[in-house]
Design a protein around this ligand. Structure first.
Ligand SMILES: [Zn+2]
Length: 70
């Protein structure tokens, strides 16, 4: 979503946006795991969970519509 996603090494925590060094594996402010963020520029953990929640919401809405129309 943001332009910062294309930066190879995260200069800021994607969760709390506090400045972190390029070689740290965990955010000193909130404890967010930064180990897998640098190597995967466009797919961070929050993005994954929000996508999963989105799919779950669509599934539940579809289920509710089907249940109402029967
Ligand atoms: Zn953080």
């Amino acid at each position: 979503m943001s332009a910062e996603a294309v930066v190879p090494a995260p200069a800021a925590c994607p969760l709390c946006e506090s400045a972190v060094g390029g070689d740290v594996v965990q955010c000193p402010a909130c404890g967010f795991d930064l180990a897998g963020v640098g190597g995967r520029p466009s797919f961070t953990q929050p993005v994954f969970w929000w996508t999963a929640i989105g799919f779950l919401a669509v599934y539940l809405i579809t289920l509710a519509i089907v249940a109402m129309t029967r």
